[in-house]
Design a binder for this molecule. Structure first.
Ligand code: GRG
Length: 311
């Protein structure tokens, strides 16, 4: 366990970026914009965003934009909401949202809202509450929520609520902590948390903590460091975070570090990656680990970045 290996994690993140032909870079080629968000937000949470080359990052991000206004996961890739949010978030980290053609991007996002209030991820039409969250979070960060029918978007999310208090990806789909984060955060951003039974959902979420201290994403599943984000952020937004054992979770996350080479994995002794490194550090931020900046549970950005946008 021990303490958070801050310097090693910073070196690990920079090494993934530098080794373009390395295994992790190659398998992340198609989601590089998500990877940039995970890696750069981790650096910011650890107070080290200045090691990144701002102009290089910003120039590359803008090359990922498609003529429709949406962003692809890498240069020349098809646009999708998943990468559009990451592009906005990374530009927000560098205080460069102002370089965006806000109308163009917000029109792209609004064009993906369906008649029933749901959102498709791209022109091919897959519907998922992940995309409702992404659309709402992106438009809020761009101050363009008026582009969509917020009432219908909320109605659709509420139609995905289950009897156990959780939410799934479409109406009737199983509750899953990842989808719960998306629905709770979208409801938080739109001022609609009254649609949630906080005690019922809080109970389901705190039951995600297993003996090792880690959290799983649904009953009978293995724990995974990334649920430190999906579960804790949701518990915080509904004021029930005191229902889990924070000390045990902190120790679980620290146990998942590669203490030699940096990075955090899903479970102790597994291979590390940038996704789990971000969600592990973000979880520690919620647990108020010394030296880690505070992160906003709804916008998934450091709180100082969110304040810069809204205050
Ligand atoms: C800005 C933080 C942020 C998110 C953007 C993409 C997105 C919005 C949210 C994804 C939410 C989600 C569904 C997360 C779950 C990811 C995950 C670990 C899925 C694994 O699912 P299974 O079924 O794993 O393979 P389990 O743990 O259930 O066995």
């Amino acid at each position: 366990m021990g303490e958070l290996k801050v310097e090693k994690h910073i070196r690990y993140i920079l090494s993934v970026e530098k080794k373009k032909d390395g295994f992790e870079s190659v398998i992340m080629e198609h989601i590089r914009l998500n990877g940039a968000y995970w890696g750069l937000t981790t650096l910011d949470l650890l107070g080290k965003l200045d090691v990144a080359d701002t102009e290089e990052v910003v120039t590359w991000i803008m090359k990922c934009q498609h003529e429709s206004g949406g962003f692809g996961g890498n240069v020349g890739h098809d646009p999708h909401l998943l990468y559009t949010l990451s592009a906005i978030q990374v530009l927000a980290l560098f205080d460069r949202v102002n370089i965006l053609d806000v109308d163009k991007i917000s029109n792209y996002i609004a064009s993906l809202q369906n008649e029933d209030g749901s959102f498709s991820g791209d022109i091919w039409g897959e519907v998922d509450t992940r995309f409702s969250y992404i659309a709402i979070c992106s438009l809020a960060l761009l101050h363009r929520m008026d582009k969509i029918n917020v009432g219908k978007a909320v109605e659709y999310i509420v139609s995905c609520k289950n009897l156990d208090g959780g939410f799934g990806c479409t109406p009737g789909a199983e509750s899953h902590a990842g989808q719960i984060f998306c629905c709770v955060a979208a409801l938080a951003i739109t001022g609609s948390l009254h649609h949630i039974d906080k005690d019922l959902l809080g109970w389901w979420l705190c039951e995600r903590q297993v003996k090792s201290g880690g959290l799983n994403g649904r009953p009978e599943k293995l724990p995974d460091v990334c649920y430190s984000w999906w579960v804790l952020s949701s518990l915080i937004m509904i004021d029930r975070v005191h229902w889990i054992d924070k000390e045990k979770l902190k120790n679980y996350i620290l146990d998942c570090q590669d203490k030699e080479n940096g990075g955090i994995s899903d479970r102790p002794d597994d291979a590390v990656d940038v996704f789990h490194t971000f969600f592990g550090v973000a979880g520690l931020s919620f647990l108020e680990y010394p030296g880690v900046k505070a992160i906003d549970p709804a916008y998934a950005l450091p709180i100082d970045v969110v304040n810069r946008i809204f205050l």
